[in-house]
Design a protein around this ligand. Structure first.
Ligand code: HXC
Length: 517
Protein backbone atom coordinates (compact mmCIF):
# COMPACT_ATOMS: atom_id res chain seq x y z
CA UNK A 1 0.00 0.00 0.00
CA UNK A 2 1.41 3.41 -0.99
CA UNK A 3 2.05 6.06 1.62
CA UNK A 4 -0.90 8.07 0.36
CA UNK A 5 -3.26 5.10 0.41
CA UNK A 6 -2.18 4.42 4.01
CA UNK A 7 -3.08 7.98 4.93
CA UNK A 8 -6.44 7.78 3.18
CA UNK A 9 -7.16 4.56 5.06
CA UNK A 10 -6.28 6.24 8.32
CA UNK A 11 -8.63 9.12 7.48
CA UNK A 12 -11.45 6.69 6.74
CA UNK A 13 -10.85 4.93 10.04
CA UNK A 14 -10.77 8.18 11.98
CA UNK A 15 -14.01 9.27 10.37
CA UNK A 16 -15.64 5.98 11.27
CA UNK A 17 -14.41 6.42 14.83
CA UNK A 18 -15.80 9.97 15.02
CA UNK A 19 -19.15 8.81 13.68
CA UNK A 20 -19.44 6.39 16.57
CA UNK A 21 -19.43 9.30 19.05
CA UNK A 22 -19.27 7.86 22.55
CA UNK A 23 -19.21 4.29 21.21
CA UNK A 24 -21.65 1.52 20.43
CA UNK A 25 -22.69 0.88 24.03
CA UNK A 26 -23.58 4.53 24.58
CA UNK A 27 -25.51 4.56 21.31
CA UNK A 28 -27.47 1.50 22.42
CA UNK A 29 -28.24 3.27 25.70
CA UNK A 30 -29.48 6.30 23.79
CA UNK A 31 -31.71 4.16 21.57
CA UNK A 32 -33.05 2.30 24.59
CA UNK A 33 -34.33 5.63 25.93
CA UNK A 34 -36.32 6.10 22.72
CA UNK A 35 -33.88 8.75 21.52
CA UNK A 36 -31.88 9.05 18.32
CA UNK A 37 -28.21 10.00 18.17
CA UNK A 38 -27.04 13.42 17.04
CA UNK A 39 -26.08 12.18 13.58
CA UNK A 40 -29.34 10.29 13.13
CA UNK A 41 -31.25 13.45 14.02
CA UNK A 42 -29.30 15.55 11.55
CA UNK A 43 -29.92 12.97 8.83
CA UNK A 44 -33.67 13.14 9.51
CA UNK A 45 -33.67 16.93 9.59
CA UNK A 46 -31.77 17.71 6.41
CA UNK A 47 -32.35 16.85 2.77
CA UNK A 48 -30.94 13.41 2.10
CA UNK A 49 -27.21 13.43 1.55
CA UNK A 50 -26.89 17.19 1.99
CA UNK A 51 -25.05 17.25 5.31
CA UNK A 52 -21.46 18.45 5.34
CA UNK A 53 -19.92 17.94 8.73
CA UNK A 54 -17.30 20.27 10.17
CA UNK A 55 -14.84 19.90 13.04
CA UNK A 56 -15.11 16.15 13.26
CA UNK A 57 -11.62 15.90 14.72
CA UNK A 58 -12.00 18.45 17.47
CA UNK A 59 -11.14 17.12 20.94
CA UNK A 60 -11.46 18.66 24.37
CA UNK A 61 -8.36 20.10 26.05
CA UNK A 62 -9.28 19.45 29.65
CA UNK A 63 -6.84 17.68 31.96
CA UNK A 64 -8.83 17.84 35.19
CA UNK A 65 -10.27 14.73 36.86
CA UNK A 66 -8.52 12.33 34.48
CA UNK A 67 -10.13 13.89 31.42
CA UNK A 68 -6.80 13.73 29.59
CA UNK A 69 -7.37 9.96 29.32
CA UNK A 70 -10.88 10.26 27.89
CA UNK A 71 -11.17 11.64 24.40
CA UNK A 72 -13.83 11.34 21.74
CA UNK A 73 -13.44 12.76 18.24
CA UNK A 74 -15.89 15.58 17.72
CA UNK A 75 -16.26 16.19 21.48
CA UNK A 76 -19.96 15.78 22.05
CA UNK A 77 -21.48 17.85 19.30
CA UNK A 78 -21.99 17.31 15.59
CA UNK A 79 -21.89 20.51 13.56
CA UNK A 80 -22.10 21.52 9.93
CA UNK A 81 -24.40 22.62 7.20
CA UNK A 82 -26.84 21.17 4.72
CA UNK A 83 -30.14 21.96 3.08
CA UNK A 84 -33.83 21.79 3.92
CA UNK A 85 -36.02 21.82 0.79
CA UNK A 86 -32.89 22.92 -1.04
CA UNK A 87 -32.24 25.94 1.22
CA UNK A 88 -29.00 26.31 3.17
CA UNK A 89 -29.15 25.81 6.95
CA UNK A 90 -26.53 25.46 9.67
CA UNK A 91 -26.98 22.90 12.36
CA UNK A 92 -25.49 21.66 15.59
CA UNK A 93 -26.67 18.60 17.47
CA UNK A 94 -25.38 17.71 20.91
CA UNK A 95 -24.28 14.12 21.18
CA UNK A 96 -25.45 12.66 24.48
CA UNK A 97 -23.27 9.59 23.95
CA UNK A 98 -20.18 11.73 24.67
CA UNK A 99 -20.01 12.92 28.29
CA UNK A 100 -23.80 13.21 28.28
CA UNK A 101 -23.63 15.91 25.59
CA UNK A 102 -22.18 18.22 28.25
CA UNK A 103 -20.78 21.49 27.02
CA UNK A 104 -17.01 21.88 27.00
CA UNK A 105 -14.90 24.81 25.88
CA UNK A 106 -14.25 23.13 22.53
CA UNK A 107 -17.88 22.11 22.05
CA UNK A 108 -18.83 25.74 22.50
CA UNK A 109 -16.22 26.74 19.93
CA UNK A 110 -17.70 24.30 17.42
CA UNK A 111 -21.21 25.64 18.03
CA UNK A 112 -20.03 29.25 17.79
CA UNK A 113 -18.30 28.48 14.49
CA UNK A 114 -21.52 27.33 12.81
CA UNK A 115 -23.43 30.23 14.34
CA UNK A 116 -20.86 32.67 12.93
CA UNK A 117 -21.07 31.02 9.52
CA UNK A 118 -24.87 31.10 9.58
CA UNK A 119 -24.66 34.84 10.24
CA UNK A 120 -22.10 35.39 7.49
CA UNK A 121 -24.11 33.44 4.97
CA UNK A 122 -27.50 34.72 6.10
CA UNK A 123 -28.95 31.27 6.74
CA UNK A 124 -31.03 29.79 9.60
CA UNK A 125 -29.27 28.09 12.49
CA UNK A 126 -30.88 25.04 14.08
CA UNK A 127 -29.64 23.68 17.39
CA UNK A 128 -30.58 20.25 18.69
CA UNK A 129 -30.12 20.11 22.44
CA UNK A 130 -29.56 16.92 24.40
CA UNK A 131 -27.12 17.70 27.15
CA UNK A 132 -26.28 17.36 30.82
CA UNK A 133 -25.27 21.04 30.88
CA UNK A 134 -21.88 22.55 31.57
CA UNK A 135 -19.11 19.91 31.47
CA UNK A 136 -18.39 19.81 35.14
CA UNK A 137 -14.70 18.93 34.74
CA UNK A 138 -14.08 22.09 32.73
CA UNK A 139 -15.46 24.55 35.27
CA UNK A 140 -15.40 28.17 34.24
CA UNK A 141 -14.33 27.36 30.67
CA UNK A 142 -17.65 25.61 30.13
CA UNK A 143 -19.52 28.62 31.50
CA UNK A 144 -17.52 30.92 29.26
CA UNK A 145 -18.48 28.69 26.34
CA UNK A 146 -22.18 29.11 27.15
CA UNK A 147 -21.75 32.85 27.37
CA UNK A 148 -20.10 32.89 23.92
CA UNK A 149 -23.11 31.04 22.53
CA UNK A 150 -25.64 33.32 24.24
CA UNK A 151 -23.87 36.40 22.91
CA UNK A 152 -24.16 35.01 19.39
CA UNK A 153 -27.83 34.13 19.96
CA UNK A 154 -28.39 37.76 20.86
CA UNK A 155 -26.49 39.17 17.89
CA UNK A 156 -28.24 36.80 15.49
CA UNK A 157 -31.68 37.66 16.86
CA UNK A 158 -33.70 39.36 14.16
CA UNK A 159 -30.96 38.69 11.57
CA UNK A 160 -31.24 34.96 10.91
CA UNK A 161 -33.96 32.59 12.12
CA UNK A 162 -32.78 30.53 15.09
CA UNK A 163 -34.60 27.35 16.05
CA UNK A 164 -33.98 25.09 19.04
CA UNK A 165 -35.06 21.48 19.26
CA UNK A 166 -34.99 20.09 22.79
CA UNK A 167 -34.66 16.35 22.44
CA UNK A 168 -33.28 15.43 25.85
CA UNK A 169 -32.16 17.24 28.99
CA UNK A 170 -31.59 20.97 28.85
CA UNK A 171 -31.03 22.25 32.34
CA UNK A 172 -29.48 25.09 34.30
CA UNK A 173 -28.26 28.15 32.46
CA UNK A 174 -28.18 26.05 29.27
CA UNK A 175 -31.88 26.79 28.86
CA UNK A 176 -31.06 30.37 27.99
CA UNK A 177 -29.79 29.60 24.52
CA UNK A 178 -33.13 28.09 23.41
CA UNK A 179 -34.95 30.88 25.25
CA UNK A 180 -33.04 33.44 23.18
CA UNK A 181 -33.85 31.75 19.88
CA UNK A 182 -37.00 32.37 17.86
CA UNK A 183 -38.69 29.00 18.23
CA UNK A 184 -38.32 26.09 20.64
CA UNK A 185 -39.64 22.60 20.11
CA UNK A 186 -39.74 19.89 22.78
CA UNK A 187 -40.34 16.17 22.47
CA UNK A 188 -42.92 14.66 24.79
CA UNK A 189 -41.61 12.35 27.49
CA UNK A 190 -37.95 12.57 26.45
CA UNK A 191 -37.07 16.23 26.94
CA UNK A 192 -37.11 18.66 29.81
CA UNK A 193 -36.03 22.21 30.50
CA UNK A 194 -35.58 23.81 33.90
CA UNK A 195 -33.24 26.22 35.62
CA UNK A 196 -32.96 24.06 38.71
CA UNK A 197 -33.73 20.36 38.83
CA UNK A 198 -36.13 18.54 41.18
CA UNK A 199 -33.41 17.77 43.75
CA UNK A 200 -32.42 21.41 44.19
CA UNK A 201 -36.07 22.44 44.24
CA UNK A 202 -36.70 19.99 47.06
CA UNK A 203 -33.70 21.25 49.03
CA UNK A 204 -34.45 24.92 48.62
CA UNK A 205 -38.23 25.07 48.76
CA UNK A 206 -39.25 21.68 50.06
CA UNK A 207 -41.44 21.16 47.01
CA UNK A 208 -41.67 17.61 45.69
CA UNK A 209 -41.91 17.63 41.93
CA UNK A 210 -40.99 15.22 39.18
CA UNK A 211 -38.75 16.11 36.26
CA UNK A 212 -41.73 15.90 33.93
CA UNK A 213 -43.96 18.10 36.08
CA UNK A 214 -41.20 20.64 36.57
CA UNK A 215 -40.04 21.06 33.00
CA UNK A 216 -41.51 18.47 30.63
CA UNK A 217 -42.87 19.32 27.21
CA UNK A 218 -46.49 19.61 28.28
CA UNK A 219 -45.66 21.92 31.20
CA UNK A 220 -43.82 24.31 28.87
CA UNK A 221 -46.50 24.04 26.21
CA UNK A 222 -49.46 24.65 28.55
CA UNK A 223 -48.26 26.55 31.57
CA UNK A 224 -45.08 28.52 30.90
CA UNK A 225 -45.25 29.07 27.15
CA UNK A 226 -41.50 28.40 26.96
CA UNK A 227 -41.92 25.98 24.09
CA UNK A 228 -43.62 26.89 20.82
CA UNK A 229 -44.11 23.35 19.58
CA UNK A 230 -44.24 19.86 21.04
CA UNK A 231 -43.83 16.60 19.19
CA UNK A 232 -44.64 13.01 20.10
CA UNK A 233 -41.11 11.97 19.15
CA UNK A 234 -37.89 13.13 17.53
CA UNK A 235 -38.95 12.33 13.97
CA UNK A 236 -42.14 14.35 14.28
CA UNK A 237 -40.19 17.19 15.91
CA UNK A 238 -37.71 17.40 13.08
CA UNK A 239 -40.48 17.36 10.47
CA UNK A 240 -42.18 20.27 12.29
CA UNK A 241 -38.89 22.22 12.13
CA UNK A 242 -38.66 21.55 8.38
CA UNK A 243 -42.24 22.73 7.92
CA UNK A 244 -41.70 25.83 10.05
CA UNK A 245 -38.73 26.87 7.92
CA UNK A 246 -40.88 26.72 4.77
CA UNK A 247 -42.77 29.79 6.03
CA UNK A 248 -39.67 31.78 6.94
CA UNK A 249 -37.08 33.64 4.87
CA UNK A 250 -33.38 32.84 5.12
CA UNK A 251 -32.62 36.12 6.86
CA UNK A 252 -33.98 39.57 7.64
CA UNK A 253 -33.09 40.94 4.19
CA UNK A 254 -35.04 38.33 2.27
CA UNK A 255 -38.68 37.39 1.81
CA UNK A 256 -40.21 34.02 2.68
CA UNK A 257 -40.39 31.61 -0.27
CA UNK A 258 -43.51 31.89 -2.42
CA UNK A 259 -45.24 28.55 -2.83
CA UNK A 260 -47.25 27.62 -5.90
CA UNK A 261 -50.88 28.16 -4.89
CA UNK A 262 -53.47 25.64 -6.04
CA UNK A 263 -56.31 27.18 -4.04
CA UNK A 264 -58.35 29.72 -6.11
CA UNK A 265 -57.71 33.23 -4.86
CA UNK A 266 -61.35 34.26 -5.36
CA UNK A 267 -62.78 31.22 -3.60
CA UNK A 268 -65.98 32.33 -1.87
CA UNK A 269 -66.62 30.75 1.50
CA UNK A 270 -70.39 30.99 1.97
CA UNK A 271 -70.24 29.48 5.46
CA UNK A 272 -68.57 32.67 6.72
CA UNK A 273 -71.66 34.74 5.91
CA UNK A 274 -73.46 32.83 8.63
CA UNK A 275 -70.81 32.00 11.21
CA UNK A 276 -71.39 34.79 13.75
CA UNK A 277 -74.07 33.74 16.29
CA UNK A 278 -77.03 36.09 16.85
CA UNK A 279 -76.21 36.42 20.52
CA UNK A 280 -73.08 38.50 21.18
CA UNK A 281 -72.28 36.22 24.11
CA UNK A 282 -72.22 33.06 22.04
CA UNK A 283 -68.85 31.91 20.80
CA UNK A 284 -67.83 30.47 17.46
CA UNK A 285 -64.58 28.85 16.51
CA UNK A 286 -61.94 31.14 15.03
CA UNK A 287 -60.11 28.08 13.66
CA UNK A 288 -63.03 27.64 11.26
CA UNK A 289 -62.51 31.14 9.95
CA UNK A 290 -58.75 30.71 9.57
CA UNK A 291 -59.20 27.34 7.88
CA UNK A 292 -61.74 28.80 5.48
CA UNK A 293 -59.65 31.70 4.25
CA UNK A 294 -56.00 30.55 4.06
CA UNK A 295 -54.52 28.51 1.19
CA UNK A 296 -55.83 24.94 1.32
CA UNK A 297 -56.82 25.42 4.97
CA UNK A 298 -53.21 24.86 6.02
CA UNK A 299 -52.17 26.54 9.24
CA UNK A 300 -49.02 25.93 11.28
CA UNK A 301 -50.05 27.00 14.73
CA UNK A 302 -47.46 28.29 17.20
CA UNK A 303 -47.91 27.84 21.00
CA UNK A 304 -51.27 26.18 20.40
CA UNK A 305 -51.75 25.04 23.99
CA UNK A 306 -50.72 28.28 25.67
CA UNK A 307 -53.04 31.28 26.17
CA UNK A 308 -55.65 29.75 23.91
CA UNK A 309 -57.63 32.98 23.88
CA UNK A 310 -55.32 34.14 21.14
CA UNK A 311 -54.26 32.11 18.12
CA UNK A 312 -50.95 32.68 16.35
CA UNK A 313 -49.33 30.85 13.49
CA UNK A 314 -48.21 30.73 9.90
CA UNK A 315 -50.35 30.31 6.81
CA UNK A 316 -50.27 31.38 3.17
CA UNK A 317 -52.44 33.57 1.01
CA UNK A 318 -51.92 32.94 -2.71
CA UNK A 319 -48.65 31.22 -1.83
CA UNK A 320 -47.34 34.13 0.24
CA UNK A 321 -46.36 33.38 3.81
CA UNK A 322 -48.14 35.42 6.51
CA UNK A 323 -48.32 35.49 10.27
CA UNK A 324 -51.89 35.12 11.52
CA UNK A 325 -52.93 36.62 14.86
CA UNK A 326 -56.54 35.99 15.86
CA UNK A 327 -58.64 36.28 19.00
CA UNK A 328 -60.40 33.02 19.84
CA UNK A 329 -63.99 33.72 21.02
CA UNK A 330 -64.28 30.06 21.99
CA UNK A 331 -61.75 30.43 24.82
CA UNK A 332 -62.33 33.02 27.56
CA UNK A 333 -64.48 34.84 25.00
CA UNK A 334 -61.27 35.86 23.20
CA UNK A 335 -60.33 38.30 25.94
CA UNK A 336 -56.80 39.69 26.00
CA UNK A 337 -54.81 38.92 29.13
CA UNK A 338 -51.16 39.01 30.14
CA UNK A 339 -50.22 35.67 28.62
CA UNK A 340 -52.13 36.21 25.39
CA UNK A 341 -50.54 39.63 24.98
CA UNK A 342 -47.01 38.32 25.53
CA UNK A 343 -47.60 35.39 23.24
CA UNK A 344 -48.89 37.50 20.37
CA UNK A 345 -46.35 40.30 20.89
CA UNK A 346 -43.35 38.06 20.40
CA UNK A 347 -44.90 36.52 17.31
CA UNK A 348 -45.69 39.92 15.80
CA UNK A 349 -42.08 40.99 16.40
CA UNK A 350 -40.74 37.81 14.81
CA UNK A 351 -42.86 38.34 11.71
CA UNK A 352 -41.85 41.98 11.51
CA UNK A 353 -38.15 41.16 11.90
CA UNK A 354 -38.37 38.67 9.04
CA UNK A 355 -40.58 40.53 6.57
CA UNK A 356 -43.61 38.31 7.03
CA UNK A 357 -46.89 40.26 6.60
CA UNK A 358 -49.40 40.15 9.43
CA UNK A 359 -53.04 39.22 9.05
CA UNK A 360 -55.01 40.00 12.20
CA UNK A 361 -58.51 38.67 12.82
CA UNK A 362 -60.27 40.57 15.57
CA UNK A 363 -63.05 39.53 17.91
CA UNK A 364 -62.04 40.85 21.31
CA UNK A 365 -64.30 41.98 24.14
CA UNK A 366 -61.46 43.76 25.98
CA UNK A 367 -58.75 43.07 28.53
CA UNK A 368 -59.45 40.61 31.32
CA UNK A 369 -60.21 42.65 34.46
CA UNK A 370 -59.27 41.88 38.06
CA UNK A 371 -56.49 41.77 40.60
CA UNK A 372 -55.07 38.58 39.14
CA UNK A 373 -54.27 40.38 35.93
CA UNK A 374 -53.34 43.74 37.40
CA UNK A 375 -50.95 42.24 39.96
CA UNK A 376 -49.46 40.22 37.15
CA UNK A 377 -48.65 43.39 35.22
CA UNK A 378 -51.26 43.20 32.46
CA UNK A 379 -50.56 46.87 31.83
CA UNK A 380 -47.01 46.05 30.80
CA UNK A 381 -47.92 42.88 28.95
CA UNK A 382 -50.72 44.53 27.00
CA UNK A 383 -48.31 47.33 26.18
CA UNK A 384 -45.95 44.78 24.65
CA UNK A 385 -48.53 43.83 22.05
CA UNK A 386 -49.39 47.45 21.45
CA UNK A 387 -45.71 48.25 21.00
CA UNK A 388 -45.15 45.28 18.72
CA UNK A 389 -47.96 46.20 16.34
CA UNK A 390 -47.13 49.89 16.40
CA UNK A 391 -43.46 49.23 15.68
CA UNK A 392 -44.09 46.70 12.91
CA UNK A 393 -43.45 47.96 9.39
CA UNK A 394 -44.46 44.82 7.47
CA UNK A 395 -47.78 44.84 5.59
CA UNK A 396 -50.60 44.71 8.13
CA UNK A 397 -54.09 43.61 7.16
CA UNK A 398 -56.74 43.55 9.85
CA UNK A 399 -60.25 42.14 9.66
CA UNK A 400 -62.68 42.81 12.49
CA UNK A 401 -65.27 40.07 12.65
CA UNK A 402 -67.29 41.01 15.69
CA UNK A 403 -66.25 42.74 18.92
CA UNK A 404 -63.47 45.27 19.00
CA UNK A 405 -63.81 47.22 22.19
CA UNK A 406 -61.77 49.82 24.00
CA UNK A 407 -58.04 49.40 24.50
CA UNK A 408 -58.12 45.97 22.94
CA UNK A 409 -59.48 47.54 19.73
CA UNK A 410 -56.40 49.74 19.57
CA UNK A 411 -53.97 46.98 20.48
CA UNK A 412 -55.25 44.57 17.81
CA UNK A 413 -53.62 46.33 14.86
CA UNK A 414 -55.99 49.25 14.45
CA UNK A 415 -55.66 51.88 11.73
CA UNK A 416 -53.76 54.34 13.92
CA UNK A 417 -51.09 51.74 14.68
CA UNK A 418 -50.27 52.03 10.99
CA UNK A 419 -52.61 49.25 9.92
CA UNK A 420 -52.45 49.24 6.13
CA UNK A 421 -55.81 47.76 5.27
CA UNK A 422 -58.42 47.55 8.00
CA UNK A 423 -61.55 45.69 7.02
CA UNK A 424 -64.65 44.86 9.01
CA UNK A 425 -67.45 42.39 8.57
CA UNK A 426 -70.99 43.85 8.80
CA UNK A 427 -71.23 42.13 12.20
CA UNK A 428 -68.35 44.20 13.63
CA UNK A 429 -68.93 46.21 16.79
CA UNK A 430 -66.20 48.81 17.14
CA UNK A 431 -66.78 50.84 20.28
CA UNK A 432 -65.38 51.95 23.60
CA UNK A 433 -67.16 49.10 25.35
CA UNK A 434 -70.11 46.73 25.07
CA UNK A 435 -73.68 47.99 25.50
CA UNK A 436 -74.31 46.61 28.99
CA UNK A 437 -71.14 48.12 30.44
CA UNK A 438 -71.70 51.46 28.74
CA UNK A 439 -75.26 51.86 30.05
CA UNK A 440 -74.13 50.95 33.53
CA UNK A 441 -71.53 53.72 33.50
CA UNK A 442 -73.69 56.33 31.79
CA UNK A 443 -77.10 55.69 33.39
CA UNK A 444 -76.53 54.03 36.78
CA UNK A 445 -78.33 56.82 38.64
CA UNK A 446 -81.19 57.18 36.11
CA UNK A 447 -81.73 53.42 36.00
CA UNK A 448 -82.16 53.33 39.78
CA UNK A 449 -84.69 56.13 39.65
CA UNK A 450 -86.62 54.83 36.60
CA UNK A 451 -90.16 53.51 37.06
CA UNK A 452 -89.15 50.31 35.31
CA UNK A 453 -85.35 50.00 35.66
CA UNK A 454 -85.12 46.83 33.53
CA UNK A 455 -87.03 48.38 30.63
CA UNK A 456 -85.02 51.59 30.99
CA UNK A 457 -81.69 49.76 30.80
CA UNK A 458 -82.90 47.67 27.85
CA UNK A 459 -83.98 50.79 25.99
CA UNK A 460 -80.67 52.56 26.60
CA UNK A 461 -78.72 49.46 25.62
CA UNK A 462 -80.66 49.21 22.38
CA UNK A 463 -79.93 52.88 21.71
CA UNK A 464 -76.21 52.37 22.37
CA UNK A 465 -76.08 49.21 20.30
CA UNK A 466 -77.75 50.87 17.34
CA UNK A 467 -75.32 53.76 17.47
CA UNK A 468 -72.08 51.91 18.16
CA UNK A 469 -72.43 48.15 17.65
CA UNK A 470 -71.64 48.33 13.97
CA UNK A 471 -68.68 48.89 11.69
CA UNK A 472 -70.11 51.92 9.91
CA UNK A 473 -69.40 54.39 12.67
CA UNK A 474 -65.67 53.59 12.38
CA UNK A 475 -65.91 53.41 8.58
CA UNK A 476 -67.49 56.88 8.55
CA UNK A 477 -64.22 58.26 9.90
CA UNK A 478 -62.01 56.15 7.61
CA UNK A 479 -60.76 54.05 10.55
CA UNK A 480 -62.12 51.06 8.67
CA UNK A 481 -61.19 51.03 4.97
CA UNK A 482 -64.11 48.92 3.88
CA UNK A 483 -66.92 46.78 5.22
CA UNK A 484 -66.64 43.45 3.42
CA UNK A 485 -68.81 40.44 2.82
CA UNK A 486 -67.50 37.68 5.09
CA UNK A 487 -67.52 35.04 2.35
CA UNK A 488 -65.20 37.23 0.31
CA UNK A 489 -62.60 37.66 3.06
CA UNK A 490 -59.96 35.47 1.43
CA UNK A 491 -60.04 37.40 -1.80
CA UNK A 492 -59.97 40.79 -0.11
CA UNK A 493 -56.96 39.80 2.04
CA UNK A 494 -55.10 38.48 -1.00
CA UNK A 495 -55.81 41.67 -2.93
CA UNK A 496 -54.62 43.76 0.00
CA UNK A 497 -51.42 41.72 0.35
CA UNK A 498 -50.74 42.03 -3.39
CA UNK A 499 -51.17 45.76 -3.15
CA UNK A 500 -48.82 45.95 -0.17
CA UNK A 501 -45.96 44.05 -1.75
CA UNK A 502 -44.00 47.24 -2.45
CA UNK A 503 -44.72 48.77 0.95
CA UNK A 504 -41.85 50.85 2.28
CA UNK A 505 -41.95 52.15 5.81
CA UNK A 506 -39.07 52.72 8.18
CA UNK A 507 -38.99 53.71 11.82
CA UNK A 508 -36.86 56.59 13.09
CA UNK A 509 -33.16 55.78 13.50
CA UNK A 510 -32.39 54.77 17.07
CA UNK A 511 -30.14 52.43 18.96
CA UNK A 512 -33.18 50.42 19.95
CA UNK A 513 -36.55 51.12 21.43
CA UNK A 514 -37.47 50.39 25.02
CA UNK A 515 -40.31 47.87 24.77
CA UNK A 516 -42.07 47.41 28.15
CA UNK A 517 -40.71 44.14 29.55
C1 HXC B 1 -19.80 16.04 32.63
C2 HXC B 1 -21.61 14.68 32.43
C3 HXC B 1 -22.47 15.76 32.71
C4 HXC B 1 -21.89 17.03 32.95
C5 HXC B 1 -23.67 14.03 32.37
N1 HXC B 1 -22.40 13.63 32.23
N2 HXC B 1 -23.73 15.32 32.67
N3 HXC B 1 -20.28 14.83 32.40
N4 HXC B 1 -20.55 17.11 32.89
N5 HXC B 1 -22.63 18.09 33.20
C6 HXC B 1 -21.92 12.31 31.92
C7 HXC B 1 -22.17 11.31 33.03
O1 HXC B 1 -21.13 11.38 33.97
C8 HXC B 1 -22.17 10.00 32.27
O2 HXC B 1 -20.83 9.69 31.98
C9 HXC B 1 -22.80 10.38 30.95
O3 HXC B 1 -22.67 11.80 30.84
C10 HXC B 1 -24.28 10.06 30.87
O4 HXC B 1 -24.89 10.55 32.04
P1 HXC B 1 -25.87 9.66 32.93
O5 HXC B 1 -25.99 10.34 34.22
O6 HXC B 1 -25.41 8.24 32.92
O7 HXC B 1 -27.19 9.75 32.09
P2 HXC B 1 -28.68 9.83 32.60
O8 HXC B 1 -28.92 8.81 33.67
O9 HXC B 1 -29.54 9.78 31.38
O10 HXC B 1 -28.80 11.27 33.30
C11 HXC B 1 -28.69 12.44 32.53
C12 HXC B 1 -28.61 13.67 33.44
C13 HXC B 1 -27.49 13.47 34.51
C14 HXC B 1 -29.93 13.86 34.17
C15 HXC B 1 -28.36 14.88 32.55
O11 HXC B 1 -26.30 13.05 33.83
C16 HXC B 1 -27.17 14.70 35.26
O12 HXC B 1 -27.88 15.03 36.19
N6 HXC B 1 -26.08 15.34 34.88
C17 HXC B 1 -25.63 16.55 35.58
C18 HXC B 1 -26.51 17.70 35.27
C19 HXC B 1 -25.96 18.97 35.85
O13 HXC B 1 -26.10 19.21 37.04
N7 HXC B 1 -25.31 19.71 35.00
C20 HXC B 1 -24.68 20.96 35.40
C21 HXC B 1 -25.79 21.98 35.39
S1 HXC B 1 -25.23 23.56 35.71
P3 HXC B 1 -20.33 8.17 31.84
O14 HXC B 1 -18.85 8.30 31.68
O15 HXC B 1 -20.75 7.47 33.10
O16 HXC B 1 -21.02 7.64 30.62
C22 HXC B 1 -25.00 24.15 34.21
C23 HXC B 1 -24.59 25.57 34.21
C24 HXC B 1 -24.77 26.15 32.86
O17 HXC B 1 -25.15 23.53 33.25
C25 HXC B 1 -24.64 27.61 33.01
C26 HXC B 1 -24.76 28.28 31.70
C27 HXC B 1 -24.84 29.74 31.86
Amino acid sequence: MSNQLEKVKELIELRAQARLGGGEKAIEKQHAKGKYTARERIAQLLDEGSFEEMDMFVEHRCTNFGQEKKHFLGDGVVTGYGTIEGRLVYVFAQDFTVFGGSLSETMAQKICKVMDMAMKMGAPCIGINDSGGARIQEGINALAGYAEIFQRNIMASGVIPQISGIFGPCAGGAVYSPALTDFTLMTEGTSYMFLTGPKVVKTVTGEDVSQEDLGGASVHANKSGVTHFTAANGEEGLSIIRKLLSYIPQNNLEEAPIVNCTDPIDRLEDSLNDIIPDSPNKPYDMYEVIGAIVDNGEFLEVQKDYAKNIIIGFARFNGQSVGVVANQPKFLAGVLDSNASRKAARFVRFCDAFNIPLVTLVDVPGFLPGTGQEYNGVILHGAKLLYAYGEATVPKVTVTLRKSYGGSHIVMSCKQLRGDMNYAWPTAEIAVMGGAGAVEVLYAKEAKEAADPVAFVAEKEAEYTKLFANPYNAAKYGYIDDVIEPRNTRFRIIRALQQLQTKKLTNPAKKHGNIPL
